[in-house]
Design a protein around this ligand. Structure first.
Ligand code: PRP
Ligand code: URA
Ligand code: MG
Length: 239
């Protein structure tokens, strides 16, 4: 079988922005966009500013990642769970079903780990290292460390940037090859563009994406516009 990784890895260069059809059909069904509140816009305003200090970038990005994390957890399955309250009554509640796994796409995806650990301290964490080739813009898989029982788990795939979609498609293809059903994958993403949404949703109709912003377009360097620049470089201080 030819996988998406083999098809896309360093084979042909990305050929530049191309027109994409409307993404309307995916909104609300495949793509869960955080409510565009004034608070969220204000957080984005800090990190979109090219003059933002690294400290401001990390702090405000962290606040948005917390919102994304909470929204993503809401897409996971729950089961009925009753508890006795202090006044001796029963509260008919819910609890997460077992079997959750977070998989950050290294490097930028690791920026999302700490907020997730803050909410679910014991969460299992796998790793996939995929880097976009700086010239061809195509993804290359370097490393993976994933549990043997991954096929039985719900996976939160973490990557703040969904641009051409090459990296996300390659990562999802790897999860599917390991037996994870599409409907068990929630891609937790910071910002995206119609091209990235289309690349993922056309191919994987049952994968869900949670994101905080949909940008206008890609530029000729495969960066999102208005965008945020290179997320990994700004977050980790390597720019
Ligand atoms: C960035 C980003 C995504 C990818 C998105 O990673 O973190 O993984 O690009 O682009 P795509 O949708 O066009 O594939 P990059 O390879 O630049 O490395 P980094 O994570 O180390 O910043
Ligand atoms: N990776 C980033 O960090 N930013 C983009 O705009 C696209 C890919
Ligand atoms: Mg990356």
């Amino acid at each position: 079988m030819t996988s998406a990784l083999q098809q896309t890895t360093d084979v042909t260069a990305w050929t530049g922005p191309a027109p994409v059809a409307s993404i309307e059909q995916y909104l609300g069904r495949n793509v869960h966009l955080l409510p565009q509140t004034n608070q969220l816009r204000a957080l984005h305003t800090v990190i979109r500013n090219r003059e933002a200090s690294r400290q401001d970038f990390v702090f405000h990005a962290g606040r948005i990642i917390r919102l994304l994390t909470e929204a993503a957890l809401d897409l996971l399955p729950f089961e009925p769970y009753d508890v006795r309250t202090p006044v001796g009554s029963t509260y008919h509640g819910l609890r997460f079903t077992d079997g959750l796994l977070a998989v950050p796409i290294v490097r930028a995806g690791e920026s999302m780990e700490s907020e997730l650990r803050a909410v679910i301290p014991g969460i299992r964490i796998g790793k996939i290292l995929i880097q976009r080739n700086k010239t061809t813009k195509r993804p290359h898989l370097y490393y993976q460390a994933l549990p043997d029982d991954i096929a039985d788990r719900h996976v939160l795939l973490l990557d703040p940037m969904l641009a051409t979609g090459g990296t996300a498609v390659a990562a999802i293809e790897l999860l599917l090859e390991l037996g994870v059903p599409e409907e068990h994958i929630v891609f937790v993403n910071f910002i995206t563009v119609p091209e990235g949404i289309t690349a993922v949703c056309e191919r994987f109709g049952r994968v869900r994406i949670v994101t905080s912003a949909i940008e206008e377009r890609l530029n000729e360097n495969a960066y999102m516009v208005p965008g945020i620049g290179d997320f990994g470089d700004r977050y980790f201080g390597t720019d």
